[in-house]
Design a protein around this ligand. Structure first.
Ligand code: FCB
Length: 467
C-alpha cells in the first residue's frame, strides 16, 4: 500500500493549545567533554574504545561539544520556536564512582543548563538515565546485580534534590528494552554482554529501579510530572499463516510489552513469550508491590514497523525480522522502513491500556545523508517524514487518543550509538570537525510550524505601545 500524505493543511492549532512540542537529546550523544571537570567513565565511554564495536570506530569524546556549547544550542532551540527541551543527566558527571562522593562541578554544569533554558523560556524535560551506566558499577555486575536498585536510587535522589526546584517534567529511564536487549542480550551496545541469563535478571532489576526512581521523584518533587519512555514498533506478520502470526505475537511481547506491562501492574508477558520465564526466579517476595507505578505520562518512541516471520533456527523467540532492505520499501539511513501509520498504531496500542492517562511522543525522527550546499542543508525527505508522521499523530488524537505531545529526535546531528556519526538525525546539521551548526530546511519548517500566530489584541496592544 502506498501511503498518501495528508498534511497539506497541517498546522499547530489542530493539535490544541496544550499540546507539548519539543526536541529530544541524550547526554552521551551530544555532550562530549568525556573526562572534563571530574567526570567518571561510563560503560559507553569504555565501549567506544573497543575496536570494531562502533561504525568507523567513532567515539563520543567530543560529540557535539554540547558541554561547552549548551548556550548556542539552547539559543537554537529558542530560534526554532521549540518550547520544550528533553535532555538526560550523565550519572558519572554527578557521581564519578557511581555512588558516594558527589562531583559538584557536574551538578553546577546541569544547573547552568537548566537555568539557561529557563532564562530563554525553554522548559527542561529531564531523563535521569539514558544508557550511560558508570563503568565501576558495571564492573560490579551492572544491571545484573540487584544492588543496582540502591545505586540508581542514590543517583535519582541526587537529581531530584538538586534540580527538582526547577525541573517539573521527569522521565526515569529511556527505552529499557533497547539498553537491556542490545547491551546485555545481543552485546551490540554497551556493556556488550550477551546471553539469556544476565538478560532476564537485568529486566527485573530495571523494572524495580524504574519504580524506585519514580517513587523518589514523587516524594522529593511532588508537584512534577513523572514518566518513563518506551521504544516501540508496529509488528506485523509476513503472512497470515498461524505460525507467522504466532511469531509476531512473541516479537510484539518482547519489543513492545516487556517493560510497560509489569510497570502498569500487569506482570511480565511470559504467557506470550515463554522464553522469558527465567525472569521469575529473580522476583523475590514483596517485589510485586514495587513493580508498578502510576505514571503521569508515558513517553512513546516510534520510528518504524517490523515484519515478522516464523523461524525454526532463531533461539528463544523462533521468529525473525524480515529486513526492511529486502522488502523494497523506502528506508532511512538506519535502514528502517519509513511507515507513518506505525506511529498511529502504536499510539492506539498504548492508549488502549486503561492505566495510561497521558501519552507524549518523546521521540520520533529520521536520519538521511544530508549534505551542505552553498551553506544550506536541504533535507526534503526528513521534512516529508516529519509531516507524514505528525499527520498520523493528529489522526490518533482526533480519534480520541490521549496523546498530548510530540518531541522530535533530535536537535543536532549527533553520536548515534553503534552507528557512530553516520546517521544524521538532526533538525540542525553539525560539521563534526568544526562544530559549525546549520539549521536544515526541516528545522526551518518546524520553526515556522511552531510559530504562534500573533493574536489580534496582542498586535494592537503592541502596535499601540510603539506609538
Ligand atoms: C532511540 C534512542 C535515541 C536515539 C534514537 C535514534 O532508540 O532513544 O537515543 O538513538 O533511537
Amino acid at each position: 500500500m502506498k501511503f498518501t500524505p495528508q498534511h497539506t493543511a497541517l498546522n499547530r492549532e489542530l493539535f490544541g493549545p496544550d499540546f507539548n512540542w519539543g526536541v529530544s537529546t541524550a547526554a552521551f550523544q551530544i555532550e562530549g567533554a568525556h573526562d572534563a571537570d571530574g567526570k567518571g567513565e561510563s560503560v559507553w565511554d569504555n565501549f567506544t574504545t573497543k575496536k570494531g564495536k562502533i561504525l568507523n570506530d567513532d567515539h563520543a569524546r567530543t560529540a557535539c561539544d554540547f558541554y561547552n556549547r549548551y548556550q548556542e544550542d539552547i539559543d537554537l532551540i529558542k530560534k526554532l520556536n521549540i518550547p520544550n527541551f528533553r535532555f538526560s543527566i550523565s550519572w558519572t558527571r554527578l557521581l564519578p564512582n557511581g555512588t558516594g562522593a558527589v562531583n559538584q562541578a557536574g551538578i553546577d554544569y546541569y544547573n547552568r543548563v537548566i537555568d539557561y533554558c529557563l532564562e530563554q523560556g525553554v522548559e527542561p524535560w529531564v531523563t535521569i538515565y539514558h544508557w550511560d551506566l558508570p563503568l565501576v558499577l558495571e564492573q560490579k555486575g551492572g544491571w545484573a546485580n540487584r544492588d543496582v536498585i540502591t545505586w540508581f536510587s542514590e543517583f535519582t535522589t541526587l537529581c531530584a534534590q538538586n534540580f527538582g526546584d526547577r525541573v517539573k517534567h521527569w522521565m526515569v529511564m529511556n527505552e529499557p528494552v533497547v539498553f537491556t536487549g542490545a547491551g546485555y542480550f545481543f552485546g551490540i551496545h554497551a556493556p556488550g554482554r550477551s546471553g539469556i541469563r544476565s538478560f532476564t535478571s537485568v529486566i527485573h532489576h530495571v523494572v524495580l529501579s524504574i519504580v524506585a526512581g519514580a517513587k523518589i521523584l514523587r516524594k522529593l518533587v511532588p508537584n512534577s510530572q513523572i514518566g518513563n519512555t518506551f521504544s516501540c514498533s508496529q509488528v506485523e506478520p509476513l503472512t497470515n499463516k498461524p505460525r507467522d502470526v504466532a511469531a509476531a505475537v512473541r516479537v510484539d511481547a518482547l519489543i513492545n510489552r516487556l517493560f510497560i506491562e509489569p510497570l502498569l501492574g500487569m506482570g511480565y508477558p511470559i504467557k506470550d513469550l515463554p522464553a522469558l520465564k527465567g525472569i521469575q526466579k529473580y522476583i523475590l517476595p514483596g517485589d510485586e508491590d514495587n513493580m508498578k507505578f502510576d505514571f503521569d505520562f508515558i513517553g512513546v518512541q516510534n520510528y518504524t514497523r517490523e515484519i515478522v516471520q516464523y523461524s525454526f533456527f532463531t533461539p528463544y523467540v523462533n521468529a525473525r525480522i524480515v529486513k526492511a532492505e529486502n522488502r523494497k520499501v523506502e528506508l532511512t539511513a538506519m535502514r528502517w522502513e519509513i511507515h507513518p501509520p506505525a506511529i498511529y498504531h502504536m499510539i492506539k496500542k498504548f492508549a488502549a491500556y486503561p492505566q495510561i492517562k497521558n501519552i507524549i511522543i518523546t521521540e520520533n525522527g529520521s536520519a538521511f545523508p544530508d549534505e551542505v550546499t552553498d551553506g544550506e542543508v536541504n533535507d526534503p525527505k526528513r521534512l516529508q517524514y516529519l509531516q507524514d508522521y505528525l499527520s498520523q499523530v493528529l489522526k490518533a488524537k482526533n480519534e480520541g487518543c490521549n496523546v498530548n505531545g510530540y518531541f522530535v529526535w533530535t536537535l543536532t546531528d549527533n553520536f548515534e550509538w553503534a552507528e557512530g556519526y553516520h546517521p544524521r538525525f538532526g533538525l540542525v546539521h553539525v560539521d563534526h570537525t568544526t562544530q559549525k551548526r546549520i539549521i536544515k530546511a526541516s528545522g526551518k519548517w518546524f520553526a515556522e510550524f511552531l510559530k504562534k500566530p500573533v493574536k489580534h489584541e496582542e498586535f494592537t496592544l503592541e502596535a499601540r505601545s510603539r506609538m
